[in-house]
Write a protein that binds this ligand. Structure first.
Ligand code: NAP
Length: 312
């Protein structure tokens, strides 16, 4: 069995219980063989640390930031994601309101639930966990979320604002990708970013955010011809495909920065991590990369929303 240097390091560090001492820690992050490992947990902790005092100040003014999550049906992965978001709120002293609707819920019933949350002044952010059961008009449900509570940027209004460069709450995963780059001082300006995926919550908004940061952006999708050739041009690769180990090592230009938003069964990203690590200058692992930052951005957007209420 072949074992990579990375696996060997993790193995030894785990045994020593001293991962921080084992790696060569330089300003800006953990480097391995001159590769910068973009540590999502460190970024998420920095975002959450910044929120702590803001939450105390809100509470001093009688406002507890509250995220309402709506789960429709019994999909176990969706239930886990909702639980993680609730736990993250609780850890920071925020409130979370969990609304769990049966899988038979109609579009009209879901819209009524969203409307009542829009009208509830104690709720500052609304997250509809998706996908919803196929009989529900998901787009109509997203559009029903009030723009000032659309903390995951799912409405067309929120998306439009993000694309035009003044969105308050971009989708959380694209926002997380930009936050990781910002934390590590990775500049997009003038770089060629290739985004693989064009979903409304990920590929399209992250393409817009990168464009707003003056990157030259290529957005690829399932009909893209010669995908590998496009990816080979990239200074920055964003993987947002939903297929395990999809981005191959020989598609990566030496020195490229790779952000892997993918999260597939078995904790596997959309990037063939070990093969791509060889070529990249910086890369996010899965797990521990984009995922934790996504949740922290959701908390941040909810706190931002609560502060806007306080200032009114
Ligand atoms: P999605 O809605 O299924 O979109 C996938 C995109 O990939 C589509 O645009 C699709 O193209 C494109 N694609 C599929 N096969 C392709 C191929 N062979 N070549 C090129 N492009 C291809 O998925 P998503 O919601 O954006 O999620 C993508 C990944 O991110 C998933 O692994 C998901 O679990 C993960 N995710 C992670 C987080 C997080 O917090 N880390 C949050 C959200 C999503 P078409 O448009 O042509 O179909």
């Amino acid at each position: 069995m072949e074992i990579t240097i990375w696996e060997l390091c993790i193995c030894i560090a785990g045994r020593l219980g001293e991962e921080d001492n084992f790696f060569n820690i330089l300003p800006g992050g953990i480097y391995m063989e001159n590769k910068l490992i973009l540590d999502g947990n460190a970024v998420a902790n920095a975002v959450k640390d910044d929120l702590k005092e803001r939450i105390i100040a809100l509470k001093d003014n009688g406002i507890t930031p509250c995220l309402a999550t709506i789960l429709v049906g019994d999909d176990p992965s969706s239930a886990t994601y909702v639980k993680m978001k609730g736990n993250a709120c609780a850890k920071l002293g925020m409130e979370s309101r969990k609304i769990h609707l049966s899988k038979e819920t109609t579009t009209e019933q879901l819209l009524e639930t969203i409307t009542s949350l829009n009208e509830d002044s104690d709720v500052h952010g609304i997250l509809l966990q998706h996908p919803v059961p196929s009989h529900i008009d998901e787009r109509a449900a997203f559009e029903a979320i009030a723009i000032e509570k659309d903390v995951d940027g799912v409405t067309s209004f929120g998306y439009g604002q993000t694309a035009l460069g003044f969105g308050k709450y971009p989708s959380c995963t694209p926002a997380a990708i930009m936050k990781i780059m910002d934390y590590y001082g990775i500049k997009a300006s003038g770089k060629h970013a290739v985004v693989v995926g064009r979903s409304p919550i990920l590929g399209k908004p992250v393409s817009a955010l990168l464009l707003n940061e003056d990157a030259t952006v290529t957005t690829c999708h399932s009909r893209t011809v010669n995908l590998a050739d496009h990816v080979r041009q990239a200074d920055i690769i964003i993987a947002a495909v939903g297929k395990p180990n999809f981005i191959q090592g020989d598609w990566v230009k030496p020195g490229a920065v790779i952000l892997d938003a993918g999260y597939n069964k078995g904790n596997i990203g959309d990037v063939d991590y070990h093969a791509c690590l060889e070529k990249a200058s910086a890369i996010t692992p899965v797990p521990g990369g984009v995922g934790p930052v996504t949740i922290s951005m959701l908390l941040k957007h909810t706190v931002d929303s609560a502060e806007r209420v306080m200032k009114k």
